[in-house]
Every structure is written in C-alpha cells, then in structure tokens.
Design a protein around this ligand. Structure first.
Ligand code: HCS
Length: 605
C-alpha cells in the first residue's frame, strides 16, 4: 500500500516513534475471567470479547503522539492459541486485532501525518531449534496469522521478541506466503530479543542474528524486550555498523523487579527518552518505542525527545559471510582460505558413513566436533548414500549439528528434498552445496528446484561448473559455465556476488593417464580468470579429489601444494580435511617440488 511505502521511507529519513507495551498495559487494566471468555491470560481473545480495552490502549498511545501502534496479536499464533484449544482462530483473532489498530490509527491520522499499524507476530512457546515443532508447521501457521494481519490493515508485519532464529525465519517466510496468497504486500520487520546473558535465548550472538536475517532481505532489524536500553547498546552498535536495513529498538522499562504483586519495571519515562535520544544520535535508529513495562507516559516522553527528528546518517558495512545458530563466520578469514570440513560426508568419509549407517548420531556429532578442533571454519554435511532415506538421515544429522556445532553448515546433496530438510533445521545462515546446469535451468531441472530453497532460506550457494554437456575440464569451458552461473544467479535469482561460491572442479591428476595431466592447470587458471572477471564472487574446491589414487602420505603433500597454488590464483575457500593440509614449509623440499611438478605438468623432478 502507499502507506507501507511511506513507512519504509520514514524509517530511512526520520525517527519513527512506535508505541509501548500492550501486554503489561492489559494486565494493568485487570480484565475479568469473563472478559477472557474463560481463557484466562489469552490477550488475543480480547480483540473480539473486549475490543474496548484494546482500543483504549491504542488510544492512549496515539494521544501522546506516537507514529505507529502495534496490534494486539503478539500471541495470535499456533502455539499460544493451541494452549487454549483455539488454534482454529488464528486468522480471525489476528484480523480482529489489526482492524482495531487500523481504526484507531486512522482516527488520528491527518493528510500530512499518517499513523502506521505494525502487525505484531510473537514467537509463541514452541521453538523449532529445540525440536518442539518444525519450521514448516510454524511457517504455515504464521502464514495464517499474517493473512489476518494484512487483511485487517497492517502497514507492516513486525516479527518480534524473537528468541530462536529458526522461528523468526519461519515467521518471515510465513508472512511472505500470506502476502502471496492475499496479494497484499507489506514490509517485514524483525526484532530479536537479547537476554541479559548477551545472546538470544538459543545462544545466538547479534552478529549471527544479523547475518541470518539480513539474508532474508527484511526491511528493518532491531531489538526488543528482555532488558532495558542500557544492556542493548552494544548490540545496537553492531546493528548500526553492519545492518543495511533500518535499525529499530523497543526496550523494556528496565529489568523487571519481582515484588509481592508481580513484576514492576523501574525505568522512568525520562530515562527511556534519554536513552532513545542517545541511541538515535549514536546509532542512527529508524524506529524507537517500548516493550514490557512501558506506558503512554514513557512514549509521550520519547515523542517529545526524538519524534520526527531526522535520522542520523549511518554508513553501514555489511558483513559478508554465513552463520551457525551461534556466531557469524566471515568469508574473509585471517587464514589464507576458508576451510570447509569434509569429513561429515557419507561418501567421502568411511567413519562418518559407518556411524550414519549404524544410527550412531553421537559419533556423527563427534566427527563434526573433531573437525572444529582441527581448524575448520564451516562444515560440509553430506548424508547422500545409495539406498538410504536421505531426508530422514538429514533430519537426524542436521538437527543435531545445527545446535551442537558452533560452525555454520554447508548442506551438501544432489537431492532437493534433502537440501530442504537440511535448511529447515538451520537457524543460522547456511550454504547449499550445490547447483549446476547438468539438466539445464528450465522448469523441473534440479537448478530450478533448488534455487527457491536457497532464496527462501537466504542461503549462500556453491555453484559447480557443470552444464548440459557435462563437467568442465578446460579453463575456457570452466569460465564459460561459471559466467553463466554467476549471471543467472545474480540476474534471475537476484543473488549478490558475495553469496555465490563457484567450484571450478578438481580432477585427479596423478592417475598416470595422459589426458589428466593438465587438469590441475586448467582448474587453477579458471579460478584466476573467474576472480578477475567477477570481483566479489567466492570460489571453492573439493581439493582432495586432485590426489585420488595416491597413497595417504603422498595425498597430503599433493593436496597441500595444489591448494597453495589455487590460493595464489585467488581461491578463497576449500573443502578439506583441515588437519591434513600442511603449510609448505613443513613439506620436505623434494616432495614439495615433485608435487609442484605434477600440478603444473612439468615433470622436472
Ligand atoms: N508487543 C508485545 C511485545 C511483548 S514482548 C507487547 O505486549 O507489548
């Protein structure tokens, strides 16, 4: 709607003041059991049973001059309403809540001053990263909520109080599904809750949250709830420095103090206004407001302090990388290349395959952990194995690694269903390995089936230089297919170069066969040409393949030397057994020279 566009524009130009708490305001009015239709504590039922209570809260905030109000729909979701046995009323209660807010906002709007409605979507009580429910169930039920919100007139959807990034992803993608279904498109804002421990409930650092959410292309990112403003400032600083989306902040009125009559919140209106004044100046916030314990008096003070003020211009430097559920991992490492651990692979590692076939999931996790100790930055996870149910295996392995591994995961499969199952377990930002043009890019091709998954989850993607003619062997064909991949991914699929990782393919060069002698050179030269042609695009290689056929000691030498030459040509990541890559100075001279010869097809040594 035009109003949604105005809101997005406002967030980038002036400080938009949103309202404060809804839940604690309702509690303060102390509705009776009858008001709740005997569903005590179910605030969303009040949208239909006691709309006057909800209207009065909206009215109180609008009267002190806020620009935006939030709908009373925080718990109009599956898990909360299911607790009351009314999860068949998600859309109805969300829509009723949005209508109440819309009417109140419109009553205060003037032609030159719109009042916005933010459709609140809380996390519910069941978190997918804890295995309480699944991403796809949440996505479907969040879609029902968002249908109500956009039909009822929300100008944006605000996914708030997010404690689990996987839940937030389900809400964002559920909201988008609702928009496709209704044809009503509004921006999506996400606000995460960082506990006093300094991370989200699931342990995510703010950097991981930003990387995972920014990849979903959300329209604003911020913080709300859990603490007062004081404990938010370091996290806001991170968002301010690195988020290209506007930054929002809705703190509690301090940390609740538990007394005989329940929780009370210590922060005064003047203190909240002072905090927002400083944050707006220092961090360039686009939207400020309040969460639990804040009242119309608080927001009145905030309106007086910063309302309508022009935004402090930021110059954010987006971080370029991926994330586990816990931390961001940058594509640019101090190390010479990003090491993607190759051992959690049912095809490449006998130990992993045997553990998987035996259902020894603890051992699978142990293999992953060992790679972390060996210095991997990411883990490649491949469960593909003939005759197995790949989706079931992916669920077992990835669900464990998603929370047990501190490293981001690379979901490695040829099967779209396996890739989907893996991605739907990742709260962080993963990588999909891989797409290629083996069966083209038209409808029904693997490429066309995998890419919507990459998009939905905001994953990075490994693209292999394989087309309808097969695997590229020469520099020229590798570069040609890589170019087609990059152009298609950045063009039709709207990906950023930084999110594409091209694999120019490695072939065994020490099998003694004449026609393989130049394979190493072709790969190295393709990498060199590719990084020159497409700055920003990343490259990777499954390095170990180069030494296929040699004994283990020789493989270590050849892998290390080949990798070194590739890195010199511009390779910035490699799928390797990190413990078995040697620095060149640890390889005896004669062996190093022999390997160098083999790579460059010289045969001098
Ligand atoms: N918008 C919600 C957030 C709760 S954490 C409320 O009740 O104010």
């Amino acid at each position: 709607t035009p109003r949604s566009a105005q809101l997005v524009d406002a967030l980038r130009t002036r400080v938009v003041v949103a309202d404060g708490a809804m839940g604690t305001m309702i509690q303060a009015q102390d509705p009776s059991l009858a008001d709740y239709e005997n569903l005590e504590g179910c605030n969303e039922i009040l949208n239909v049973s006691r709309p006057d209570i909800i209207r009065s809260v909206h009215e109180a905030y609008l009267s002190v001059g806020v620009d935006a109000i939030e709908t009373n729909t925080f718990g109009a979701n599956w898990s909360n309403l299911a607790d009351y046995g009314i999860d068949d009323r998600i859309t109805e209660l969300a829509e009723a809540g949005a209508r109440l807010a819309r009417e109140a906002a419109d009553a205060h709007a003037t032609p030159d001053r719109p009042r916005f409605v933010l459709g609140s979507m809380g996390p519910g009580t069941k978190l997918p990263s804890l295995g309480h429910t699944t991403y796809s169930h949440l996505k479907g039920t969040f879609a029902q909520q968002a249908v109500g919100l956009v039909r009822g007139g929300a100008d944006a959807v605000l996914v708030e109080t997010s404690q689990d990034l996987l839940q937030a992803k389900a809400a964002v993608n559920g909201a988008r599904e609702a928009m496709r279904e209704t044809g009503l498109h509004v921006p999506v804002f996400v606000s995460v809750t960082v506990e006093t421990t300094g991370t989200m409930l699931m342990g995510s650092e703010i950097g991981a949250a930003l990387t995972a959410l920014q990849a979903l292309d959300v329209d604003a990112i911020g913080l709300n709830c859990a603490t007062g403003p004081d404990l938010m400032s370091e996290h806001l600083r991170h968002l301010s420095r690195h988020s290209s989306a506007p930054v929002t902040c809705m703190p509690n009125a301090g940390l609740p103090v538990l007394g005989p009559d329940g929780a009370s919140y210590p922060l005064s209106p003047t203190e909240l206004a002072a905090a927002h004044t400083q944050f707006a100046r220092e961090f360039g916030l686009g939207l400020v407001g309040g969460c639990c314990g804040t009242t119309p008096e608080h927001l009145g003070a905030v309106v007086d302090a910063v309302g309508g003020q022009s935004i402090t211009v930021r110059d954010p430097k987006p971080e370029n990388g991926v994330a586990s559920l816990y931390s961001h991992v940058d594509f640019q490492q101090d190390a010479s290349f990003l090491a993607i651990g190759e051992r959690t692979n049912a095809n490449g590692s006998k130990a992993f395959r045997e553990a998987m076939l035996a259902g020894d999931w603890d051992e699978c996790v142990a293999i992953a952990r060992a790679q972390t100790r060996d210095g991997a930055h990411l883990l490649d996870v491949c469960v593909d194995y003939v005759g197995r149910d790949g989706v079931a295996d992916a669920r077992e392995v990835v669900s464990r690694l998603a929370s047990a591994s501190t490293l981001p995961l690379v979901i490695d499969s040829t099967e779209p269903a396996v890739i989907r199952a893996g991605l739907e377990l990742l709260g962080g930002r993963g990588v999909v390995n891989s797409v290629n043009f083996e069966d083209g890019e038209g409808e029904g091709s693997r490429f066309a089936r995998v890419m919507p998954l990459v998009q939905e989850h905001g994953a990075a993607v490994v693209a292999l230089t394989i087309d309808e003619e097969g695997q590229a062997r020469t520099t020229e064909t590798k570069l040609a297919i890589a170019s087609r991949l990059v152009d298609t991914l950045t063009g039709e699929w709207g990906m950023k170069r930084e999110d594409i990782i091209v694999d120019c393919l490695t072939f065994p060069i020490a099998t003694g066969q004449e026609e393989t002698r130049r394979d190493g050179i072709e790969t190295i030269e393709a990498i060199r040409a590719l990084v020159a042609k497409y700055p920003g695009v990343h490259t990777t290689l499954g390095v170990s393949n180069v030494s296929f056929g040699l004994n283990p000691a020789a493989r270590t030498v050849l892998n290390s030397v080949f990798l070194h030459e590739c890195v010199k040509a511009g390779l910035d990541s490699a799928i390797v057994h990190a413990a078995k890559i040697l620095p060149l100075n640890q390889i005896p001279d004669d062996q190093r020279r022999a390997a160098h010869d083999l790579v460059w097809d010289k045969r001098e040594y």
